[in-house]
Write a protein that binds this ligand. Structure first.
Ligand code: PMP
Length: 351
């Protein structure tokens, strides 16, 4: 392309999502989905929503869902924003709240969508190196900045930052938005949602894709001060952003109504994670402590890429990254017991 617009297009570096294979005979441990199905109550609610009113448009504001999420967290509906997956919620947040004349800060090793959104929306950013143990050291964030974002637990490391540190960051930067992306918080972390009533600069995003087994439904949400939420609503309503569909709204409401199924699935994932961590350590892997539904591990004698290829030959897919500092690490999603057993046996044969 030699036209003037080709140079514009080529400055964008799009996000490359993890592989979604077309065949069903693979053990899929590469994109951090939940191995357990959504609860029967969620499926029943989706059926009912389909039977009742699929011919009608959904509520463009998803009010019942906002209210349900607000009730679940002891908040008011004007503190809740919902979107088609937390990726969409994050996209609106980058535009509405993280664009500033000073740089946005995030870790050097983190969710790879962040630099993509910065490129797309023209946001200046600076990456802050994680320490040698892949931890966020909040003292490194004590500098002039426009806003801060990171996942907690971080991805792809799985490392958790304590709420005390998050509170210290909020106090360090009272005028800047701190966005905590809690996609994986339900697998062992304490949510910063408990802080939103005290810190008007805190925005927390969560998703129903991981702990609630609803990646295919595409629902995420943000919680924060009504002014931050208003900013997100304004961006959403400034272009043709799709509202949640009817099935997504009612399936999500039902998920918040079925606490037992939610807790049981989270606990099962946590238990299997501990089994896998023990096995990986026995096989000589260095395993980063994880509070997420995946583990991040490297082996001193085996290349991550080679292990991933050998697992693939055994019909198991895991993720590795061609990136500085982490190219020796595998990110392995926690599967169900059978999947985990197959993974452990395959690794025993490879290592
Ligand atoms: N944040 C992080 C850290 C993630 O890993 C993901 C999943 N790739 C998301 C947000 C987005 O998840 P979803 O759009 O399914 O809610």
């Amino acid at each position: 392309m030699s036209q003037y617009w080709s140079s514009l297009v080529h400055t964008l570096t799009p996000y490359v999502p993890g592989e979604q294979p077309k065949v069903n005979n693979l053990i899929k441990l590469n994109t951090n989905e939940n191995p357990y199905p959504p609860s029967d109550k969620v499926l029943a609610a989706i059926h009912q929503a389909a039977d009742d009113k699929l011919k009608l448009y959904p509520d463009p504001n998803s009010d019942v869902l906002k209210q349900r999420i607000a009730d679940y967290h002891g908040l008011t509906a004007n503190q809740v924003f919902v979107g088609n997956g937390s990726d969409e919620v994050l996209a609106h947040a980058f535009q509405a709240l993280l664009k500033h004349d000073k740089p946005l800060l995030f870790p050097d090793i983190t969710y790879s969508f962040y630099p993509v959104y910065c490129g797309l929306y023209g946001i200046e950013y600076q990456t802050i190196p994680l320490n040698d143990e892949f931890e966020i050291d909040i003292t490194d964030y004590n500098q002039d900045c426009g806003a801060i974002i990171f996942p907690n637990p971080n991805a792809p490391t799985g490392r958790l930052l304590g709420l005390d540190k998050i509170e210290a960051l909020l106090q360090m930067h009272p005028q800047q938005v701190l966005l905590i992306d809690e996609a994986y918080i339900d697998f062992g972390g304490q949510s910063a949602i408990s802080l939103v009533n005290r810190y008007p600069n805190l925005l927390v995003t969560q998703t129903l894709s991981k702990s609630r087994s609803l990646a295919g439904l595409r629902v995420g949400f943000a919680i924060g001060h009504p002014d931050l939420i208003e900013g997100l609503e304004r961006v959403k309503n400034s272009f043709n952003s799709y509202p949640l569909d009817r099935l997504a709204i009612y399936g999500s409401v039902a998920s918040f109504d079925d606490e037992t199924a939610f807790q049981t699935a989270c606990q099962a994932v946590i238990n299997t994670r501990e089994v896998l961590v023990t096995k990986l350590a026995e096989l000589g892997f260095k395993v980063i402590p994880s509070a997420a539904n995946f583990v991040f591990a490297s082996h001193p004698q085996h290349q991550a890429e080679t292990i991933a290829e050998q697992l693939r030959e055994k019909s198991i897919i895991v993720r590795y990254f061609n990136k500085p500092r982490i190219d020796q690490y595998l990110r392995i999603t926690i599967g169900n017991d059978m999947e985990n057993q197959a993974l452990c046996s395959a690794l025993e044969a490879i290592i």
